[in-house]
Design a protein around this ligand. Structure first.
Ligand code: BTN
Length: 335
């Protein structure tokens, strides 16, 4: 049997007391040498593990922020999201990976995480750069059994989940720029890209991938691509603190599990609308709707249960704006 580093790290992380080498051997059916090798690997990766003869091993402290399969797996407390996990130190795009895994039949809840993305995808065909040690870039593979026209709401469920998880971990307030940009101090900390694949008959969803890129530990605005630099920021820039991305991923996925369950009860956002709107920065604000059929301005009144932004136009007409089609800007800037 292969000694799983993730299992040993999880056991050490969840134990307040020392765990003897014998306990680890018995638990995983491996030799003392195999346990010793894993402990040494973990130490080399930056985990401070105390070994006391006669007592065993104790995890004193882990690296402040490090992404690896075992770091993520040892922190996940979710029921189904991320139970099947793919971690890449570097990949093209986690959304592209998740779609491939979707084709290969991987289960609902599979998560792909990468430290570096070399061909990350943004909305509207833009690229999304991810430098090592900075962002939490992940994609969740879902296999919903509802009709395709409900799928656009999944992004709003994820947006709320990220906003709430970031608040929990930083203690700082977040806002949502409809439909799914997460904002701190009027600058963007997270973008999302949801892609849906239909069955060959084109009548059912085969799978949906929801990708999110959260700027976590970027130290300065210079680290962002030039075109997004004026409106981008990171949790570290805004709060002055470094965060553990694996811990943040766990919080996001836990929130998503709860919020997705609420969404499934009604197959709309009625159960989440209030909390979503409490974060909605466009609420009561003048917006410019960049509709391919013609731009217009109006006052955003909130979202309806389908996640559409209700915009009251100058002539008094209330127009529901569908997230898939258009983009919305503040009248005097990004939000
Ligand atoms: C946007 O333009 O605001 C959306 C950005 C989405 C980026 C994330 S990073 C993880 C996932 N993989 C991708 O290639 N894109 C999304």
């Amino acid at each position: 049997m292969k000694t799983d580093k993730s299992d040993i790290l999880t056991l050490l992380r969840n134990s307040a007391d020392y765990i003897s080498g014998q306990q680890l051997c018995d638990r995983f059916g491996v030799t003392r040498t195999a346990v010793w090798k894993v402990i040494n690997q973990l130490k080399e990766e930056g985990y401070q593990i105390e070994s006391v003869s006669g007592r065993g091993y104790r995890l004193v402290e882990g690296p402040a922020d490090m992404l690896s399969e075992s770091e993520i797996a040892s922190r996940l407390k979710t029921k189904w999201a991320g139970r099947k996990l793919y971690y890449y130190a570097s990949t093209g795009s986690t959304n592209t990976d998740a779609k491939r895994l979707g084709e290969e039949g991987e289960p609902h809840g599979t998560v792909v995480v990468a430290d570096i993305q070399t061909a990350g995808k943004g909305r509207r065909g833009r690229s999304w750069q991810t430098l090592s040690g900075t962002a939490l870039s992940f994609t969740l593979l879902l296999r919903p059994d509802f009709v395709p026209d409900k799928a656009s709401m999944i992004t709003l469920v994820m947006a709320l989940s990220v906003a709430e998880a970031v608040e929990e971990i930083t203690g700082a307030a977040t806002g949502i720029k409809w439909p799914n940009d997460i904002v701190m101090n009027r600058k963007k900390i997270c973008g999302m890209l949801t892609e849906m694949t239909m069955t060959p008959e084109m009548d059912e969803i085969q799978y949906v991938v929801v990708g999110a890129g959260i700027n976590v530990n970027n130290m300065s605005q210079e680290e962002f691509q030039e075109e997004v630099r004026p409106t981008a920021t990171s949790l570290r820039i805004e709060t002055g603190q470094q965060y553990n991305r694996a811990c943040l991923l766990d919080k996001v996925l836990q929130r998503f599990e709860e919020n997705y369950a609420t969404f499934l009860e009604t197959l709309d956002l009625s159960g989440l609308q209030e909390r979503y709107q409490a974060h909605l920065l466009n609420m009561g604000a003048q917006v410019r709707v960049l509709d391919p059929a013609g731009e217009y301005t109006g006052m955003a009144e909130g979202i309806d249960a389908q996640g559409e932004l209700i915009v009251v136009r100058e002539n008094g007409e209330r127009t529901p704006v569908y997230a898939g089609e258009v983009s919305v800007r503040g009248l005097y800037g990004y939000v």
